[in-house]
Design a binder for this molecule. Sequence first.
Ligand code: NDP
Length: 477
Amino acid sequence: AQAEIGLIGLGVMGSNLALNIAEKGNKIAVFNRTVERTHEFVEEAGALKDNIVPCATIEEFVAAIRPPRPIIIMIKAGEPVDQQMELLRPHLEKNDIMIDAGNANFRDTMRRFDALKDSGLTFIGMGVSGGEEGARHGPSIMVGGTEDSWKRVEKVLTSIAAKYNGEPCVAWLGENGAGHFVKTIHNGIEYADMQMIAEIYGILRDGLKMSATEIGEVFATWNKGRLNSYLIEITAKVLEAADPIGGKPIVDMILDKAGQKGTGKWSVIEAQNMGIPATAIEAAVAARSLSSLKGEREAAEKILGLPAVAPLSVSDRAAFIKDLESALLAAKIGAYAQGFAVMAAASKEFNWNLPMPTIAKIWRAGCIIRSQFLDEITSAFTKAPDAANLIVTPAFADMVKETDGSLRRVVSAAVLAGLPVPALASALGYFDSYRRGRGTANIIQAQRDFFGAHGFDRIDGADSHHGPWGSGLGAGA
Ligand code: NDP
């Protein structure tokens, strides 16, 4: 029998995804640019070999797959994907489906989708989250493309996806770039989650002067409560791990410079393009950039010193640690609310009709931000699918009211002690701005009218649209 699906790119993600596909009883044809890797892969596959058809040439590969052929391309994102598609295209037939499963920018996905529109071929942009382990045993999969192409791959993808209480973490989310867009926002939220954890870690390390091992215990305890999630779990494990050289906590030996590959930045750019505030995600991306300026930071500490403030003073340590837990939950709500608001705006902008409860559902297992919390988001959006924002759904409004006091106390204490908490503070600022019906932009509008004659609306609806500024009116730019 022919293979049910094909896969190109036997790197870290591709080889694990291929093994997962084969293990679930699907026959899969595989191809890699460097053919030695294909041989190696088949050797590593063990008993799964029977479901794998290794191919040395593209011709052989295409012939091995049952039409219409779904072909997963899991290679280095960007230009290589276009090159691979060009090489593949002449060998394909009507209704064959090229599936980019890498971390593509959704704008590239839209372009690739459009380029194939009249060719008879089609394209799926598919976000895959869960790293190596997820690819091998069950990732979260976000699919964008035509509904027909989705139907062709639904069975295989459902078989390999992570399961949350038996429900597969894969869904068709909409046309063209929908899947890669949702994956991008997943990663943006992941940046915020990670940064907020890092800020809380900073308060415990530099404020309460706790050791890595002690902090690890705090996170391990939190993982049993409302913060239960993969990122909290691995943070506890990371903090408890010892350096093989010297035996000290490994985390104390790791340079404080964080890398980034682009998805966080894209989340922020797209949020800004649509005028949607995503301040906690922005703060997280900026914090990674600032982390990479290690040399500048060290030089600045020599010139400016650390802030000349009183050290963090906490009379009841246990109560403060409880406050940190609630503060982290509150800030997390802010970040997720922003991520979902960005997706809601993009859904309108790109006509995707993104299903919010389904997105929360397929993030409950398999992906990096997986957590129990996402089950609560699923339920909130199922009950209130048209809510303007997650934080005004009844369940989350209650959670914000219950936890924002802790966030306020923690941010205040950190600021007064000179400890940086940009993402936590952004989430708090977002709540405080979003929940205030009468803000302060009246003064901005007055200023804009004063120097640029931009005009303003009046609260009484009366139609005097310029202020009595006299000669200042229209004086500048
Ligand atoms: P690897 O570096 O492990 O593998 C890269 C693969 O791409 C190799 O098979 C390589 O082939 C192939 N390749 C590179 N350039 C070309 C080209 N020009 N033409 C054809 N093939 C090419 O990458 P990963 O598996 O880590 O990542 C693959 C994709 O998955 C990326 O888009 C990444 O962002 C995404 N991703 C990665 C995650 C992770 O945790 N690693 C998680 C989620 C998504 P060759 O052997 O010939 O060099």
